[in-house]
Structure formats: C-alpha cells, structure tokens
Design a protein around this ligand. Structure first.
Ligand code: ZN
Length: 287
C-alpha cells in the first residue's frame, strides 16, 4: 500500500495512492487529521479494514491535482548512517568503517517530495545523496537483527542533502546535514509487506537528467536490519522515526573537480518499487 500526505484546496490530509489517484483517509477517520504517525500507531486496527475500503472506494482526487507532502511531517528522530556503500567509501578516500557511523538530521530539515530545496546563504557546497529511507512502525528497544523486519512500517525514497563544507570541517556532521529543506522524503510510504526484503532495490540519482548515482541496496555494508538492531540497542525507536540508510558512490563531492548543486538544478532520486522524488534547487530567500 502507498500511504500519502497531500494538500488540496481543503488543506492537508492522509490518503492511499492507487494507480494515478488518491483515496482520502482523513475523511473516513477524522481523528487522524493529517498525522501519519497517528495512522502508524493505529495501523494494527486499520490494516484489516483498509484493503476492502481501497477496493470499494471511489477515488477522491487525481494524484496530479494534489500536492504531495512529506509522509511524516515531524519525525521524532531522523537518523542517517554514513559511509555505508563500498563505492562511496572508496570515492571519499575513507576506510570501510568497523562501526556504524551515525548522525542525525534536524526535524526541521524535512521537505516535501517535489518542493524546492534551498541552497543556503551560508554555503556554495550543496550535494545530493540518494537513499532508501526506513519508517519505523513500532515502539521498540533491543531488537535482534533477525527480528528487525517486524518493526519496519515501510519505505520511502530520500535525499540526504549535504552541505559539504559545513559537514567536513569538524568531526561532527550534524550541522552540515541539518539545513532547512535538506531531508526531502517520499513520494509516499510503501508499506513493508509490499517490499519484502529491502536489499534488492535499484537506487538512482540524476541531476538535470544526467545519471550521477546508480546502485542497488544489496550493496549496503550494514543492512537495514543491522542498522535497526544497532540503533535500538542504544535507544527506544518509536513509530514514525526515520532512518536514512546510506548513499552509494557518485556524489558531487567525489567528482573531479567537485560538482556542487546550482540554482535551477533538478535532482531526482528514484528507488525501484518505491518511486521517485524530485526537487529544483532554489536560493534561500534573503528575507
Ligand atoms: Zn547520507
């Protein structure tokens, strides 16, 4: 199932995407409003009703007529792993890490899947990172790697937009990864049952139609389930928490000379069986 948040002339709402149309869920469950985390928490009740509803319901709108929003507006946590594809490790001149390298992205970096991404006043070195994004479905701690699939709600495509000078001039990457709009996400959450094993998905990034990254999630160094086991051994994960699972080789930083994103550039991230998000780069307004 493809779960969306979207805006139309009535405001923002939750829905299910079916083919090129959308079925409004908030109309049927008003208490959910436009809160995907509330829907995830209610999922054990909804999961049995929804397939029938979707089969019977007349669509409420064409996808083309609504604005898709980030599926999770304000995650409790956004974690992202560094150096998690061998070709990306190599292009950055690093060693394959012995331990998972984690940083966070600020909740305010969340951006809708087709909205512009800001080129900030503070830097000229903005870069893309295509990533498979995991959405946590259950409150959990100390999840064994073998059982980690049970706590995954679903998957999105994401761009871990990175401000390289801010990221790399100190040992902590957080600021360079946390600029406003630098965590675009979507275009929807594909529920985990539709994806099955998340380690065989083609993942691609293009800039203005030019291919830059092309890999497959089978090349993850630490698997999605390794990541959940590791994070949950440190802290409680909660419904709606977000995990960016790493980017393959081909980032602008590693090109010779480095290629930074410019105003007007169109960056597209696409993952097999999930879909694509696309953003135009736009200078931060000076106001
Ligand atoms: Zn990343």
């Amino acid at each position: 199932m493809k779960l969306v948040r979207y805006a139309d002339s009535h405001g923002s709402t939750l829905g299910v995407a079916r083919d090129d149309r959308v079925i409004n869920l908030s109309k049927r469950w008003p208490e959910l409003r436009d809160d995907m985390i509330a829907l995830i928490k209610k999922w054990p009740d909804l999961a049995s009703e929804l397939p029938r509803l979707i089969a019977d319901a007349a669509p409420d709108a064409a996808l083309a007529d609504v604005r898709l929003l980030a599926p999770i507006a304000r995650p409790g946590k956004i974690f992202a792993i560094g150096l998690n594809y061998a070709d990306h490790v190599k292009e950055t001149g690093q060693q394959v890490p012995a331990h998972q390298i984690w940083f966070t992205k600020a909740a305010t970096s969340i951006n809708s899947p087709f909205d512009p991404v800001e080129l900030p006043k503070a830097s000229e070195q903005v870069d893309y990172e295509a990533e498979l994004v995991v959405v946590i479905g259950k409150r959990c701690k100390h999840v064994a790697q073998e059982r980690a699939a049970e706590v995954v709600f679903g998957y999105c495509a994401g761009n871990d937009v990175s401000v390289r000078d801010w990221q790399l001039r100190t040992s902590q990457w957080v600021l360079g990864k946390s600029f406003d709009t630098h965590a675009p996400l979507g275009p929807w959450i594909v529920t985990a049952d539709e994806i099955g094993d998340p380690h065989s998905l083609g993942i691609r990034c293009s800039v203005n139609g030019e291919p830059r990254q092309s890999s497959n999630t089978r090349h993850l160094i630490f698997s999605v389930f390794d990541q959940i086991a590791h994070l949950s051994s440190a802290m409680t994960l909660e419904p709606g928490d977000i995990i960016f699972t790493g980017t393959p080789g081909g980032v602008g930083l590693a090109m010779k000379p480095p290629q930074w994103l410019k105003a007007g550039d169109k960056v597209r991230v696409e993952i097999d069986r999930i879909g694509a998000i696309e953003a135009v780069m736009q200078r931060e307004s000076l106001s």
